[in-house]
Design a protein around this ligand. Sequence first.
Ligand code: DHB
Length: 407
Amino acid sequence: MRTQVGIVGGGPAGLLLSHLLHLQGIESVVLELRSRKTLETEIRAGVLEQGTTDLLVKSGVGERMWREGAVHHGINLQFSGRRERIDLSGLTGRAITLYGQHEVVKDLIRTRLDAGGRILFEAGATGLHDLDSREPRIRFQKDGEEHELRCDFVVGADGFHGVSRPSIPPQARTEYERKYPFGWFGILVEAPPSTNELIYANHERGFSLVSTRSPEIQRMYFQCDPDDDAEAWSDDRIWEELHARLDTRDGWTVTEGKIIQKGIVAMRSFVVEPMRYGRLFLAGDSAHIVPPTGAKGMNLAVADIQVLCRALAGFYLYNRTDLLERYSEICLRRVWKASRFSWWMTSMLHRFGDDPFQHRLQIAELDYVTSSRAAATSLAENYTGLPMELDSELPAREREQTAPSAF
Ligand code: DHB
């Protein structure tokens, strides 16, 4: 089997790339280890930056998101018995949209299949070969048989545990990692929303977050031991913990409902440099992981894909290799800024042991961020998404030449 761009991984990054390439007339094949059903039902994060929603709408996959997603213009920070609102739209002119990642995946799969796109589900890549040649190969298994996909470029969008990153020789990559000493306990609840906008709460018992998926389904998280067993937590115990961390003195209380899903996620920061080796380009979680506190994971993957699509279009439509060569450098600038923001939000909101000095500093930081317009604007600018730096990355002379495509 042969194609122009072989994409390992059918999450939001791989599927979006395949869709955007198709709009440019560039062929791709997506190989995905999991089944379509698993991809479409797995509960992941749900906050889309303004730039992410703009891209989905502009490229024709935003119609259902537009109808079903909820646009939020602010978030709340809760600490020391106070709840303070950050006016995202008032400070930046931008907003966020609450729409589950698996819903984005559903929309992309349907759009690709309707357009005759090739997505091979339950096809597990086993190895990437000849990455430093002009015709790299992906070996994969499907239905118990070995197959090979030959292509011009390989895109590794197969997540943190995928085969792509380890295919870069160890001497050609540097990995940066920080593990956090806690996890997030996440639940999905059948209940009406407790608030109109998200609440990020710092409490002496630990962090918690109230989010939403729809008028009927709510998403909540609380800081926990990363080695804890989700099944060991009864529903009563979960509600007791959430009430203890969230309820306010003025009588506001988190709205209970039937818990329909629960699980624990570990927290880490991770970045690999560079994000390219020969004709392999890493995108999304295969190249970087952020702790979820800044809601940046999927948005960073989408930003990588925008840069990559433009670079590949430059190659195929204009015979340019400069953007491919600068892919890693352009992406890493954004990745490190998002890593910094996610680390900062995590540090400000979680409980790190019993250090009263550190807790006082956190409260001072929250007090500052919610009372200084400059500090609140910095949070809002990062939270709604830093601007894409595609054009500003190019020297002025090149910017004037026809740059490929709107994406
Ligand atoms: C959600 C997840 C996040 O990591 C976050 O910061 C906010 C909301 C969510 O799943 O809704």
